[in-house]
Design a protein around this ligand. Structure first.
Ligand code: GTP
Ligand code: MG
Length: 246
């Protein structure tokens, strides 16, 4: 039986600080309590503290600060180089995941804060393609609900999400995080109704409002085919619903 029939692989991607690591911590805790601990891979070489038990950690094999020093790289260059180096060994990660996925229902991958390092690099693409060829793979695109109250930030996130979808051709679930601070529901109305979006933009006047409005109209078809969930990594609300859609 192919590995695609067992367990699910989820890649958590999103803008810096959207809550990828916190959400993964919450998912891991909840699944652990339910008696089905996930298998967890950290792909962020610059992660400082990780609130979940990690099974495979890029930091165990690659020291990105040493890369900065040895090759005269800046932080982003070093993170990208770390990702490239790790990608050359990714067949080993796949083999380990294949062994574990039959027993564990979920495998989660945390990704670097600088979203483009994962979504637009050759190594990010390679990792995504390899995972997709072996496992049922979903991209969880994490959004900061508080920041997305600004329609232009919301639209920037939507453009990222749509580009991740078209580049990876994988299923994308939009996960509005930090709903303990503010609800994501008004944003759903904003996305699904172009007139509501237009109204919200009327209060903001700068050169990009017309562009933002046009983009929203173009992306209507994209939203229709998406699963959208609101969660709070801090409080745990919505996490069961998220697990249901995975
Ligand atoms: N109120 C609230 N804060 C949250 C939530 N999730 C994360 N945060 C906070 O948001 C900040 C960023 O969280 P992280 O989990 O580090 O976000 P990240 O996307 O992994 O960050 P990078 O890896 O640096 O991109 C931290 O201060 C978290 O405590 C949430 O659900 N509610
Ligand atoms: Mg993180």
């Amino acid at each position: 039986m192919s590995a695609k029939k067992h367990g699910k692989v989820s890649l958590l991607v999103g803008m810096a600080g959207s809550g990828k690591t916190s959400l993964l911590g919450r998912l891991a805790t909840q699944l652990q309590q339910a008696g089905i601990p996930p298998y967890v891979v950290n792909l962020d070489p610059a992660a400082q503290c990780i609130p979940y038990p990690v099974n495979i950690d890029i930091r165990d094999t690659i020291d990105y600060k040493a890369l900065m020093k040895d090759y005269g790289l800046g932080p982003n260059g070093a993170i990208l180089t770390a990702a490239n180096l790790f990608a050359t060994q990714f067949d080993k990660v796949i083999n380990i995941c294949r062994k574990h996925i039959e027993l564990r229902k979920h495998v989660f991958f945390d990704t670097p804060g600088q979203i483009e390092i994962f979504t637009w690099s050759a190594s990010g693409m390679m990792v995504t393609d390899m995972l997709a060829s072996y496992f049922n793979t979903t991209i969880l695109y994490i959004l900061d609900t508080v920041q997305c109250q600004n329609p232009q930030i919301l639209m920037s996130n939507m453009l990222q999400a749509v580009s991740v979808l078209y580049r990876s051709r994988l299923r994308v679930v939009l996960v509005f995080n930090k709903t303990d601070i503010t609800s994501h529901r008004p944003l759903l109305a904003l996305l699904s109704d172009v007139t509501v979006f237009q109204k919200k933009l009327e209060n903001i006047s700068n050169f990009s409002t017309a562009l933002t409005q046009s983009l929203n109209s173009v992306l209507q078809e994209f939203y229709e085919n998406l699963d959208i969930v609101g969660v709070s990594a801090t409080r745990g609300s919505g996490v069961d619903e998220l697990l249901d859609v995975l």
